[in-house]
Structures are given as structure tokens and as C-alpha cells.
Design a protein around this ligand. Structure first.
Ligand code: ADP
Ligand code: MG
Length: 322
């Protein structure tokens, strides 16, 4: 649904140049929630704005829903952009307009008549759970409600793709969860494709099917979240499941890249008569599976056999003491 290839972007200021994108390739499948995570200054917002060409990359191509946006200009580009909604961190609502006025604004701009607009705004407010707030002003809403207005407005023109720039970063944890659930429900009900950027690992854990880690204008790794977690040395696995400093020659890091219905660790002690001591880590729901990463000391004469049993069972085993 989104295909960006070879994106480069340099911002030229008076005396300096900042390479915000240094060769990014991004592919987001239809119906997928794709998260790009990285620290401030990594280039995430530049990437997002390149996808709808609010920022034109210096080189590279962007194709959305089969149409190459980088080949378009003027009215044709504006028309294509209507297929892409955008949600902002600080909501970007017009304070002088009611909730209904904000949600209907993009429809007004594109010349949709009053009656049709009213009906569509009613539907959209229903969709985001704000039907009773149509006449309220932004200043009368909580942060979470403001973001629901922002999401409704982004969906006004029935886009297939939604871009979200840190949509939950200004919200408290409980409100963040409710907005993330809303985004997932909209993906399920409307078949939306969502590209979101965030600096919070929790967002990746809670709703993303695929993810990329971005640093200094480039992706360090990207792919399906569960595939990445199961890849040796994965940065994403390390960031999602941080471990304490592990020492000891008998210590290993065991990664569970999917749900297991058998109790792997107790099976290990039973079969190979080893001692298993869990030193840190955790198991959590990620992309619908119980996955995790544990630091474990495994001791006993049959340790080597025990480790190969874990590997053949589908767990990833990495020695740390060597
Ligand atoms: P992020 O969203 O990950 O924080 P940005 O894409 O906003 O990163 O910024 C990436 C880099 O590009 C930063 O060094 C930032 O200062 C610079 N940058 C972003 N936008 C502009 C701009 N309009 N003009 C000049 N430099 C910019
Ligand atoms: Mg940003």
C-alpha cells in the first residue's frame, strides 16, 4: 500500500546541512499497522511527511495505493493526498470551531455540500465515540477527546491510509491505550493501512504488526515484529525486553518469538536434570502472541543437550558468557 524506495532528504540551512533521510526503503502492506520508532531527531517526522509529499524527498520514489506521488504536482498531488489522512501529536484543531466544524473542515475545503457534510460528520463522530460532543469547542475537551477529533477529521475524506505523527505522545498512559485501541479498531473496521511514528516502545508492543527502528536518517532494522524478535541480535527484541547486566559462563538469553503451549523450562529440568535460574526479562503479549526474552542461568552435566533442545523447540538461544 505504501512503497517508498531510496529516500534521501537534506535540509540546507544558512551554514549547515542536516541529512534527515539517508536512504530509507519502506514497504507497508495493505491493512497493516507499521510503526517507526526512534529518538528525537532520527528523521521520523521527515519520513512521514515524505509519504504524503508534504516534504519532497531529494531523491527516491513514493508510491501509495499504486500511484507514484513523487511523479505528481499541483492539483493531481492534492487529489492523491486526499487518500491519505494525517493525525498530529498536538491535535492541530481550530479553537474557534466546534468539534463538528473541525471534523467537517476538510470536506468544506474540498467543496462538499452542507447536508452531505452534516451526515458525514455525524458518522465520523459516532465512529470515534464523540457523538455527544459535536457542539463542544476544543478547549472544553480532554486530550484524548481532542485526539479523537483529530482522528475523525483525518478520516473525513475516506482515506485508505492514515499517517500518525506521535499521536499519543501528549497523552497519559490510560488515554494512550484507548487511542491505540481506537486505531486498531479503525484498521479492522475500515481496512485502513496505518503508518505511525513514535518514540515509545510500548506503542510498537501494543498495536504494530511491523516495525522499523530508525536512527540518524536510516532504518537499523525493519520487518514483521514477530520475525524481528526471533532474529539473533535483534535491536527490537532488546528494546522491547530489556535485561539486566548478565554475567556468568552458564548464562544464556532465551527468546520466545511466539506463544508456546508447553511449559518449556520445566520440561527442560525434567528431561535433562539441569538447574534453571531466571535472572531477568519478561513475557508479554505482542502482535497477538505471548512472546518474551529471559536471561537464564542453566547448570548441569547435560547443559549442552538442554540448550539444543531449546533451539529445536523453536526458541532462540544466545550465549552471553562467551
Ligand atoms: P524526528 O521526528 O525523528 O524527531 P525530524 O524528521 O523532525 O526527526 O528531524 C530530523 C532532522 O532534520 C533533525 O536534525 C531536525 O533538526 C532536522 N529538520 C527537520 N525539519 C527541518 C526543517 N524544516 N529545516 C531544517 N532542519 C530540519
Ligand atoms: Mg518528529
Amino acid at each position: 500500500m505504501i512503497d517508498a524506495v531510496g529516500l534521501h532528504k537534506v535540509y540546507r540551512l544558512k551554514k549547515s546541512r542536516v541529512a534527515a533521510l539517508r536512504g530509507v526503503d519502506l514497504r507497508v502492506e495493505p491493512g497493516e499497522i507499521f510503526g517507526v520508532v526512534g529518538q528525537s531527531g532520527a528523521g521520523k517526522s521527515t519520513l512521514l511527511r515524505s509519504v504524503n509529499l508534504l516534504e519532497r524527498p531529494d531523491t527516491g520514489t513514493v508510491t501509495v495505493d499504486g500511484e507514484e506521488l513523487t511523479a505528481l504536482r499541483g492539483a493531481r498531488l492534492r487529489a492523491a493526498r486526499r487518500g491519505i489522512g494525517m493525525v498530529h501529536q498536538h491535535f492541530a484543531l481550530l479553537s474557534s470551531r466546534t468539534v463538528a466544524g473541525n471534523v467537517g473542515f476538510p470536506l468544506e475545503v474540498s467543496g462538499v455540500g452542507r447536508a452531505e457534510r452534516r451526515a458525514r460528520v455525524g458518522e465520523l463522530l459516532e465512529l470515534v465515540g464523540l457523538a455527544d460532543k459535536a457542539r463542544a469547542y476544543p478547549s472544553q475537551l480532554s486530550g484524548g477527546q481532542k485526539q479523537r477529533v483529530g482522528i475523525a477529521r483525518a478520516l473525513a475524506s475516506r482515506p485508505k491510509v492514515l499517517l500518525s505523527d506521535e499521536a499519543t505522545s501528549a497523552l497519559d498512559p490510560a488515554t494512550t491505550d484507548s487511542i491505540l485501541s481506537l486505531l486498531r479498531r479503525l484498521r479492522d473496521e475500515l481496512g485502513l493501512t496505518i503508518l505511525l511514528i513514535t518514540h515509545e516502545m510500548d506503542v510498537i508492543k501494543k498495536i504494530c504488526d511491523s516495525a522499523a527502528i530508525m536512527e540518524d536518517g536510516a532504518f537499523l532494522e525493519s520487518g514483521r515484529v514477530l520475525d524481528l524478535i526471533g532474529t539473533p541480535g535483534s535491536l527490537l527484541a532488546r528494546s522491547l525486553f530489556p535485561l539486566p547486566e548478565l554475567g556468568g559462563s552458564d548464562t544464556v538469553v532465551v527468546t520466545y518469538p511466539r506463544s508456546f503451549d508447553m511449559p518449556v523450562m520445566s520440561e527442560l529440568t525434567r528431561r535433562f536434570d539441569v538447574d534453571v535460574n531466571i535472572l531477568g526479562g519478561g513475557v508479554e503479549q505482542v502482535a497477538g502472541q505471548s512472546v518474551g526474552r529471559l536471561g537464564v542461568a542453566i547448570r548441569g552435566d547435560r547443559r549442552a543437550e538442554a540448550l539444543s533442545y531449546l533451539s529445536t523447540s523453536g526458541l532462540l538461544v544466545e550465549e552471553v558468557g562467551k
